[in-house]
Design a protein around this ligand. Structure first.
Ligand SMILES: Cc1cc2nc3c(=O)[nH]c(=O)nc-3n(C[C@H](O)[C@H](O)[C@H](O)COP(=O)(O)O)c2cc1C
Length: 729
């Protein structure tokens, strides 16, 4: 079943049960402190296992003229009810070895009693109890659908705890905390439902019945003999009721964890023995698991899991609102049979609509007839000339919710005229099936006689605006439409921006590339591989630059693009100027501290993070493979490369020039020096790749050949075990 069905079930259940879950969680958080506060009282007897019941019974009998009962609770507190020598009734906690009185029985405070009633029944008696039980059951279903969602998202149960792709903080923490809280939440809900079923007598517990032969008992001897109490230790005991009188027909009633015994008060002989029912066993287990009674650690786990439930409510609704905000589709002015351009969108969480809407607006502004709709609404289009598909990929290479019927509908819906088509895939390189669904759509259109490809399939990683802009430029050039570049809406106003001062800026070289050096107040937490996130004033759209950290400064390698808002802004910066930006931590692209060998592979400005990494940690043997255009392209990086060579921090430096000499690319140099790559991977070192996606594809193919020839494994093996790290754009 598609991931979206589970997501909608998860959401629908959460909305339905939200009020009850909110009340139950808030009261649950408060009530979690009750067992914790109880267990902090000084009555716990640590060595119950070493104290025999016989010893305790005798000590109590010698100390008090009458003993009514002794009880051992889940907190390992021993309580008793006795009559003292001066005839007073004394109830409370006792030392089981000395029979000394320790203190009064703990009574829950009025506040805890109030909260317990609210938690159990919302002060609505049976109706309230029923609603709370239903809320608990719905929370169980929410946890199960959440579990299925994570399994689907992670492509199988085996990867349940694998790294989560971070799309936004709410989504990330919802999943991370959800995975850890899953088991406690399932336990809380199942036990909650079980306790409610007991309360409503849906599950009934039969009282234990004993058969005692009273005639034989009355005739029995009052002579003392060895008691079974000698072989029972206090950790097994729950409750011991003493004989009502000294008459021979009165006996002890002893409740152990798994059975109930009636014991002759003089001979110590077992008069009757009945096992505790499973229902009773589970009801006690459920109560302890649900309330945390008897274990500080479990109470704390319940407390944290319940706080997390509140966070899930917040983050879940935050994600839903974000999705709603993203999925604002412009109103169509034309019908499907009037439009020349048809834009169809496949989107799960809405962000692809931002791009499609921007193109739609540009086409409308340029007075073209265009409609926008979702892929599932694919139909015949009488006057259409061009079909443009923008689609995300979900699950493991699957269609998003509003595109899941497209491929079937497409097969059965022939067009009456011939159309051109272009497909843009939105995805993330962090998923194995990168833009797979866009590829499937592209193939389906390519194989259809009704359609001719206008532009090759374009894949866009992480909603990159620059990549989208490049596609728009190509579309403009090919179509000669000269529409304005689409303006994609910014999702949120940027937060946590800090000041970065320009320390230096190199000349712009013949490749239109330059090096920008920045300084910030707190650079000690920043590492090479982190990303500088910038929101230029013109469009407030986030641009990410991979950083190198050199000494205490941050180094950026930037390529100035003709229409690049941010690269142009950077290229006009002067020394001493201050820019506002923030750091996005990128730990998956850090140079590991404990590795001994590292290979850095880059093309063009992808060298940025490596300018820092090559100058860090002398204990790591480092090799640089870099592809650039000409020897002159290297000049702007001399400071960093020379420093590394001078300090002997770089074992080999291998540069490929694509426009000079033998005209080689970085993957060609890698092929020549395959022994370096193979030996680094063999010795558990890392290979880090930064630069364009096109370079990444060629390099991975080359690495695959090296791995298969030299290491009897394919490249995916080393990607999966974290030895090959990538940050490409
Ligand atoms: C659960 C999940 C699964 C995803 N699976 C893939 C995938 O298999 N391949 C891919 O390229 N991108 C995958 N992505 C990334 C999305 O396609 C990408 O973030 C896209 O821009 C989202 O667009 P939307 O907001 O319009 O749905 C996945 C994202 C999520 C949250």
């Amino acid at each position: 079943m598609t991931i979206s069905i589970w997501r909608y079930s998860h959401l629908a259940l959460a909305i339905t049960a939200s009020v009850f879950i909110l009340l139950a969680s808030v009261t649950g958080i408060i009530l979690a402190f009750q067992p914790i506060s109880e267990q902090l009282q000084p009555y716990k007897v640590e060595d119950l296992k070493t104290i025999s019941l016989d010893q305790t019974v005798n000590t109590f009998k010698q100390t008090y003229p009458e003993v009514l009962q002794i009880e051992v609770d889940a907190n390992q507190f021993v309580s008793a009810s006795v009559i003292t020598k001066d005839g007073k009734n004394l109830d409370g906690y006792f030392n089981p070895k000395t029979a000394n009185y320790l203190g009064e029985n703990i009574q829950p405070s009025k506040f805890f009693q109030f909260t317990t009633n609210l938690h159990r029944s919302l002060f609505l008696k049976s109706t309230g109890r029923f609603l709370v039980a239903l809320g608990s059951f719905l929370l169980l279903l929410i946890a199960i659908t959440g579990f299925i969602l994570v399994v689907k998202r992670q492509s199988g149960i085996k990867h349940f705890f694998a790294k989560i792709v971070k799309e936004n903080p709410s989504q990330y923490w919802h999943i991370v905390l959800g995975r850890w809280s899953l088991l406690p939440i399932i336990i809380i809900t199942i036990t909650g439902v079980y306790l409610s079923l007991l309360k409503f007598d849906v599950i009934t517990d039969q009282a234990i019945k004993h058969n005692v032969d009273f005639e034989a008992l009355e005739a029995s001897s009052t002579e003392k003999s060895a008691s079974i109490f000698g072989s029972i230790t206090l950790d097994q005991v729950k409750h011991l009721e003493f004989p009502f009188s000294e008459f021979v027909e009165d006996y002890y009633t002893l409740k152990l964890k798994d059975k109930e015994l009636l014991i002759h008060q003089y001979s110590g002989e077992i008069l009757s023995e009945q096992n505790t029912s499973l229902t009773s066993y589970f009801s006690i287990l459920s109560l302890n698991l649900h309330t945390g009674k008897g274990s500080i650690i479990w109470s704390l786990i319940l407390l944290i899991a319940t706080i997390n439930i509140l966070y899930f409510m917040y983050s879940g609704f935050d994600m839903t609102l974000r999705r709603k905000k993203n999925t604002v589709i412009p109103k169509n002015k034309y019908t499907k049979d009037q439009a020349k351009f048809i834009i169809l969108v496949g989107s799960e969480t809405g962000s692809t609509y931002r791009f499609a809407s921007a193109l739609f607006n540009s086409l409308i502004n340029a007075k073209h007839s265009v409609i926008i709709s979702d892929l599932n609404s694919y139909s015949t289009y009488k006057t259409a000339e061009h079909l443009i598909v923008f689609t995300a990929t979900y699950g493991d290479g699957e269609a998003p919710i509003n595109a899941n019927k497209f491929l079937d509908t497409f097969k059965n819906t022939p067009q009456n005229q011939s159309l051109k088509f272009s497909v843009v895939g939105f995805g993330s390189l962090q998923y194995k099936a990168y833009c797979q669904f866009a590829e499937d759509v592209n193939n389906a259109l390519n194989n259809s006689q009704d359609f001719t490809q206008f532009l090759p399939l374009k894949t866009i990683n992480n909603q990159s605006l620059d990549a989208f802009k490049n596609w728009c430029i190509a579309f403009n050039l090919q179509s000669q439409l000269d529409i304005e570049l689409p303006k994609v809406k910014q999702l949120q106003t940027p937060k946590n921006l800090q000041d970065f001062k320009v320390v230096s800026k190199s000349e712009i070289n013949q490749d239109h590339t330059f090096v920008l050096t920045l300084q910030a107040k707190n650079t000690h937490k920043i590492q090479s591989g982190d990303l500088l996130s910038v929101f230029p004033k013109e469009d407030q759209i986030e641009r990410l630059y991979s950083l190198g950290k050199f000494e205490d400064k941050l180094v950026l390698s930037v390529k100035k693009h003709q229409f690049g808002v941010c690269s142009n802004y950077f290229s006009h910066l002067k020394e001493g100027e201050v820019i506002k930006a923030r750091i996005n931590k990128n730990p998956s692209f850090y140079l590991p501290k404990h590795t001994k060998h590292a290979v850095f592979i880059a093309n063009g400005t992808g060298i940025g993070p490596f300018l820092g990494m090559i100058n860090q940690n002398p204990n790591i043997k480092k090799h640089l493979f870099w592809g650039t255009r000409t020897q002159a392209s290297v000049n702007i990086y001399d400071t960093y490369l020379n420093e590394a060579k001078h300090k002997q921090l770089l074992t080999t430096c291998n540069i490929a020039y694509s426009k000079e000499g033998n005209k080689t690319y970085v993957q060609d140099v890698i092929a020549q020096k395959d022994n370096i790559i193979a030996s680094v991977l063999e010795q558990k070192g890392v290979v880090m790749i930064c630069g364009s996606v096109a370079m990444q594809t060629c390099v991975l193919n080359q690495l695959d050949t090296i791995c298969q020839n030299n290491l009897s494994n394919n490249v995916s093996y080393f990607i999966d075990n974290g030895q090959i790290k990538m940050d490409c754009y």
